[in-house]
Design a protein. Structure first.
Ligand SMILES: Nc1nc2c(ncn2[C@@H]2O[C@H](COP(=O)(O)OP(=O)(O)O)[C@@H](O)[C@H]2O)c(=O)[nH]1
Ligand SMILES: [Mg+2]
Length: 431
């Protein structure tokens, strides 16, 4: 089954939406929920996430020139980035890395992959085997270390992992990246947690990373919380992304431990590891591989909007600010909807439905006004002035009266809404 199909269709449907209302966003969220649940993200987390999207979408408005589709897609993407982190850039510096995770999650393989990763980038790396629970753990890491061509330390038969760490650190004093592999269990128990705490005390890791495989979902959050409470997690590595799992557990883990994803394991070979790429990972999590393309539209639109700031002071309405407001609103699609979103649905229809043509006319009229006329509407109630302005801007006198009448309608609306601070702020930000 293609998990992302519903969501991709929902994104496509948003393309035709001119307004983001409760119905639109709920329909969209239903598909988003299906995608996230299909990727095995925890139910509660899915519900919280979609609720936050609904609240944000209904309380805010797209920046000038941005379509609802791009706006919402970006909101979902950024929301997930907030939970899992932006693309990870590995730090090529001296560091100690502690790996923890359940039995079979891919810790030992990942330890060797990381050692090779850093060594390939010019740092000396070494591995310490602190898995004292699994009989063949020593041999497994020793073999992998040979393959990766990095130093290895372990003590067969030693049951105290903290002792091994101590000796290993002594031995690898001159190594730049020291990685410690730890014991896993079938389920988290207090014995494992206590062992981890002892190892962490001695090892003093810069990174304390939970390794999870891509198909654990619902339990990842709880585990992460326990690791986090014990030693403080700094990141997550998701293994087996080459398999059928979608990595939904990463979301729960990073959310629970307020950390981010660092690397992705993509196969059994030592070279099968890559730094976390948020666009790729989120695209595959949602089943929308082209999310990066959709999101880049938004970045462009936001940049463009920022390039043409039109300072508008909402508190004082004169002909200049009036024109700037109309123009700003025109950029954002049907004005009626925008006003509806801002809670001003009772704005007179003819003020709201300004076409481009009318806007151009208004621009010309305002351009023919004197500075004094622009800031003081009252002196315009004078036939000589009206005649002069109409002539100067090449419109009829009726057009000038129309402008004055629209202006007054908007001013009345302003007066009504003047005490609504949030409205004023949003209005001022519109241009
Ligand atoms: N396909 C695939 N297999 C992996 C990946 N990472 C680890 N494995 C395999 O998963 C199994 C368990 O890995 P291991 O490192 O021993 O897990 P540990 O018990 O947490 O130390 C081994 O057979 C690994 O080869 C990965 O990214 N992709
Ligand atoms: Mg292991």
């Amino acid at each position: 089954m293609d998990l992302g199909e519903g969501l991709r269709k929902a994104i496509a449907r948003l393309q035709h939406a001119t307004i983001i209302d409760t119905k639109t966003i709920r329909e969209f969220n239903k598909e988003l929920q299906k995608s996230l649940l299909g990727a095995d993200v925890e139910v509660e987390l899915v519900l919280n996430f979609t609720k936050s999207i609904e609240d944000k979408a209904l309380k805010s408005r797209p920046p000038a020139g941005l379509a609802p589709r791009d706006y919402i897609t970006n909101m979902v993407y950024e929301g997930l980035v907030e939970l899992m982190g932006r693309s990870y850039e590995p730090k090529l510096k001296r560091q100690r890395i502690l790996l923890m995770g359940l039995y079979g999650s891919g810790k030992t393989t990942t330890a060797a992959k990381l050692a090779k990763f850093y060594q390939d980038r010019g740092l000396s790396a070494a591995l310490i085997c602190c898995d004292v629970a699994r009989p063949a753990a020593y041999e497994q890491l020793e073999t992998l270390a040979k393959q990766a061509n990095v130093m290895f330390f372990g003590k067969k038969g030693e049951k105290d992992a903290s002792k091994i760490v101590k000796e290993g650190l002594e031995k690898f004093k001159d190594k730049q990246v020291v990685i410690c592999d730890t014991s896993g269990r079938n389920a988290l128990d207090s014995e494992l947690i206590n062992e981890l705490k002892r190892v962490a005390d001695v090892f003093k890791a810069d990174e304390r990373i939970m390794v999870i495989n891509a198909d654990i979902g619902q339990v990842a959050g709880r585990q992460a919380m326990q690791f986090h409470n014990a030693v403080g997690m700094t990141g997550v590595i998701v293994t087996k992304m080459d398999g059928s799992g979608k990595g939904g557990g990463a979301l729960s883990a990073t959310n629970a431990a307020k950390s981010s994803v660092m690397f992705i394991g993509t196969g059994e070979k030592l070279s099968n590891i890559e730094p976390y790429n948020s666009e790729k990972f989120i695209g595959s999590l949602l089943g929308v591989p082209d999310i990066a393309g959709l999101v880049s539209n938004v970045q462009i639109a936001i940049k463009e909007a920022q390039l043409k700031p039109e300072e508008v002071e909402a508190e004082e309405l004169n002909f200049e600010t009036f024109y700037a407001q109309l123009r700003a609103m025109g950029k954002m699609g049907p004005l009626k909807n925008i006003f509806g979103m801002m809670g001003a649905s009772d704005l007179p229809k003819d003020v709201v439905e300004q076409g481009e043509e009318k806007l151009n006319k208004y621009k010309a009229i305002i351009g023919s006004m004197t500075k004094e006329e622009r800031s003081n509407e009252r002196i315009l109630h004078n036939p000589t002035r009206i005649k002069r302005i109409a002539k100067g801007s090449g419109v009829t006198e009726k057009d000038v009266h129309q402008l004055i009448s629209d202006f007054n309608k908007m001013r009345r609306m302003f007066d009504t809404l003047k005490n609504d601070r949030s409205f004023r702020k949003r209005f001022a930000n519109m241009a």
